[in-house]
Design a protein around this ligand. Structure first.
Ligand SMILES: C[S@@+](CC[C@H](N)C(=O)[O-])C[C@H]1O[C@@H](n2cnc3c(N)ncnc32)[C@H](O)[C@@H]1O
Length: 235
């Protein structure tokens, strides 16, 4: 794929090879939200799973203080880097890291991601969403923000409940509905699983529709009690 993204507000030149993740409606919707809002301005940002850099470039245009973007392998990160370097604003501060989800260094003001779900490759397809909810606090400063997109089929109410349990004030800030991708129908177990998800999807005139949800959470400050099971140096 070599493309010039058509929407003027996120005009950029992107190319993808091999296993690179090509932006889907989820990625395009999150791109619209990132373009319309200055979430990153002046912040230290961590973006997980940068893909072809479509969100990375938009985040950099909002002038973060710094941005770290990750991918799971050197090859995938090379594509992120190639696209970002071709499109990044002069003077922007960026670091590229290979890392497995949140297994990276540092603390940030904002974590942004479009987590794998349908093709997460895990028995729990929500693995990357749940991992984010459980462990983003390790990469976030107090009052740090989490911004991600998920399908209604990944159970939005479950996500909001778990975010609250894990110390986040969170809500859906934008919603958009759209038709299923063809590959959903090819995965029979996925089609069975989503029947159990409350408000997971609708069928309108024979067309299966999901809702894409952009979720924003703010981490409530928290100090564990002195008797908590945490090494003394971390208290
Ligand atoms: C749904 S795609 C999103 C890509 C891009 N941000 C977008 O929205 O178009 C998820 C991305 O996460 C990456 N990824 C998968 N597993 C990962 C892991 N364990 N750690 C970091 N990134 C991972 C994939 O390679 C892929 O680029």
């Amino acid at each position: 794929m070599t493309s010039k993204q058509s929407n003027d507000s996120h005009a950029m030149e992107l190319s993808a090879q091999g296993d690179d993740w090509r932006p889907t409606p989820h990625g395009r919707f999150l791109a619209d939200v990132l373009t319309a809002n200055s979430f990153a301005k002046g912040k230290d940002v961590l973006e997980l799973g940068g893909g072809v850099g479509n969100h990375t470039i938009l985040l950099l245009r909002h002038e973060p203080r710094s941005l770290v973007v990750t991918e799971i392998s050197e090859d995938l990160l090379a594509s992120t880097r190639k696209n970002v370097e071709r499109n990044r604003p002069a003077g922007s501060v960026i670091e590229y890291r290979v890392s497995d989800w949140l297994s990276t260094e540092g603390t940030f003001d904002l974590v942004v991601t479009n987590p794998p779900f349908c093709v997460s490759g895990k028995q729990n397809r929500r693995y990357f969403i749940d991992s984010l909810i459980l462990d983003a606090h390790r990469r976030l400063r107090p009052n740090g923000e989490l911004l991600f997109i998920q399908s209604s089929m990944a159970d939005v109410q479950k996500t909001l409940r778990r975010l609250d349990e894990n110390g986040f004030d969170a809500k859906v800030i934008e919603r958009r509905s759209g038709p299923f991708r063809d590959y959903y129908f090819e995965d029979k177990s996925f089609m069975e699983e989503i029947k159990q998800v409350p408000d997971g999807y609708t069928v309108q005139d024979g067309t299966h529709m999901e809702t894409l949800n952009v979720i924003h959470g703010t981490l409530r400050p928290y100090s564990p009690p002195s008797i908590a099971h945490i090494p003394a140096t971390k208290k």
